[in-house]
Design a protein around this ligand. Structure first.
Ligand code: SF4
Ligand code: SF4
Length: 382
């Protein structure tokens, strides 16, 4: 078995987490949206951790683990449900790292790592043109340096650039000055490498990002999965950003004066239609923005948003966009998105609002007719 410095550094944490799961009667089984839709025990959080432990102890062949270990969206539902708060996605990432070291990761994952090596993002090409387009359409210039910089995220620029345009328009409408689009705003945080299991690549990229933004005080990050990775996963590989990382939801909430959770008194609803709202895993579980998100939607629209019921009435479901699931298991990612779209369509809402351009793009790709808006687009349009 190949080893790496990062695997050695994680040893104590990993051993304790694996031992806890192995002794547990699968108490988080109900929480896993992937295993629920997949309908197999072999992709439950308990099974993924058990397989990871066997792989670590070289008691199972890497090729036997590979078909299962990428069945995780990093949604964090198992960690929330776990009495020990076991970080299953982190254990899964360590197993993915071993698969990459053993050259047993799926071909799509190896190709993604290759593309990242070419361009510093999972697209494998420069996103400079996409950033220029966002700047041109939003009317916001690209500056060379600023204390507060907007980071849309590579997925936002590539697949949901309108979300970035709407965020910038929203800040102009609200008269919020100081958050700037910089040349470095086309950077990827490196999360796809973490999800792939390329921990060494992730650490090197995180160091580059830390250097690139060494002069910055605040980074306003649009994709909640990126914001969470920069806050939590960077530290796991020993990288600490100087800048404070903030997601666009609290940033806009503060600008909009949305601490109050009710619509503005006497205000006429500014949204004509019925809004439905859905959580994003990283925003609601990781960054704990569920209430702020709802307050902002109420304040902006003047309406009480419709909560959508979830697959099994879980607090925050997953649409399948994270953890590289759309790349490694597209059928499952498609089914998870369809389940979310169907629950939205039975909610009575006509527009679904989500705080994640990644999820919005995923749902639209699965069903181009679905009426789903990124939260920044809602703010930018009312
Ligand atoms: S993550 Fe927690 S609840 Fe789930 S199997 Fe492991 S110990 Fe049990
Ligand atoms: S993070 Fe989510 S998808 Fe991954 S094992 Fe846990 S509950 Fe399942």
């Amino acid at each position: 078995m190949f080893q790496s410095e990062l695997l050695s550094a994680s040893l104590a944490f990993e051993d304790a987490a694996v031992a806890t799961c192995e002794a547990c009667p699968r108490l988080c089984r109900h929480a896993c949206p992937v295993a629920e839709v997949d309908g197999r025990e072999s992709t439950s959080p308990h099974a993924l951790v058990t397989l990871s432990g066997l792989l670590k102890r070289a008691r199972i062949r890497a090729e036997s683990v590979a078909p299962f270990i990428y069945h995780c969206t990093d949604c964090g539902a198992c960690t929330s449900a776990c009495l020990h708060k076991n970080d299953v996605p982190r254990i899964v990432t360590l197993a993915r790292h071993r698969l990459l070291l053993e050259r047993s990761a799926p071909a799509e994952v190896k190709e993604l790592c290759g593309r990242f090596g070419v361009a510093g993002n999972p697209q494998g090409r420069s996103l400079r043109d996409a950033l220029d387009q966002v700047s041109e359409v939003s009317g916001r210039p690209i500056v060379s340096e600023a204390p507060t910089i907007y980071l849309p995220g590579c997925m936002t620029l590539d697949r949901s650039p309108q979300s970035a345009i709407d965020f910038l328009r929203a800040t102009s409408l609200l008269g919020v000055f100081g958050v700037e689009l910089a040349r470095s705003s086309d950077a990827c945080c490196g999360l796809p490498l973490y999800w792939a299991g390329d921990l060494e690549g992730f650490r090197q990229h995180a160091r580059r990002i830390a250097d690139q933004f060494a002069h910055v005080e605040r980074l306003i990050v649009h994709d909640p999965a990126c914001a969470l990775a920069m806050r939590v996963r960077y530290a796991e590989v020993g990288v600490h950003l100087r800048a404070r990382v903030e997601h666009v939801v609290p940033f806009l909430a503060e600008a909009f004066g949305a601490e109050a959770s009710t619509p503005r008194e006497g205000a006429t609803p500014s949204w004509h239609g019925v809004l439905a709202i859905a959580d994003n895993c990283a925003a609601s579980r990781g960054l704990e923005l569920g209430q702020t998100l709802r307050s902002l939607v109420r304040r902006v629209s003047g309406c009480e948003p419709q909560e959508i019921t979830t697959l099994s009435d879980r607090e925050a479901d997953c649409c399948g966009a994270g953890g590289l699931l759309p790349l490694t298991t597209p059928i499952l990612a498609h089914e998870m998105a369809m389940a979310r779209i169907e629950t939205f369509r039975t909610s009575g809402g006509d527009t679904l609002v989500m705080p994640s351009p990644r999820c919005v793009a995923h749902l639209r790709e699965v069903d181009p007719t679905v009426n789903v808006l990124d939260l920044a687009s809602l703010v930018g349009r009312v």
